[in-house]
Design a binder for this molecule. Structure first.
Ligand SMILES: [Zn+2]
Length: 141
């Protein structure tokens, strides 16, 4: 239950970068096409057109390269800032252990709501740890 939020945000980030990748690929494809047309125009002797097409091609390639670079830098930053802190809760009476995302004001030995199984016993925070995440997939460009 507690890990759901985390996976949701990861997939959302992946979706954005996939969408961005799609656009970048289109721009890159158009840039390559215009460079080819520049070469073609040059062989036909229209130097002015060839120069124009080259400028468009180079501009497109530069733009997509910059976007890719920015995106890889940002996704790297997102990966670094993401370690989740978990709060571990235990009922001293029945020993039920649960965990959830850390909330402001959590501290070890803090008493929480009563245990769902034992109406008399309050649950207590027994630990606050940084979650050890398994290695995430990365897009290498
Ligand atoms: Zn209990």
């Amino acid at each position: 239950m507690t890990t759901q939020n985390q996976t949701n945000t990861t997939t959302a980030a992946n979706k954005i970068s996939t969408y961005l990748m799609f656009i970048v690929l289109i721009v890159m494809g158009l840039a390559i096409v215009s460079i080819f047309s520049a070469v073609y125009a040059y062989t036909l002797g229209s130097v002015y057109e060839a120069g124009f097409m080259t400028i468009i091609g180079v501009f497109g390639l530069t733009l997509s390269a910059v976007v890719l670079y920015q995106n890889s830098k940002r996704s790297a930053a997102m990966k670094v800032e993401a370690p989740k802190v978990m709060t571990y809760i235990e009922c001293k009476s029945c020993g039920t252990k649960t965990s959830r995302e850390f909330q402001r004001g959590d501290f070890v030995f803090k008493e929480l709501d009563v245990c769902p199984k034992c109406p008399e016993q309050k649950q207590m925070i027994t630990g606050v740890y940084k979650e050890i995440k398994e290695k995430e997939k990365t897009y290498t460009i």
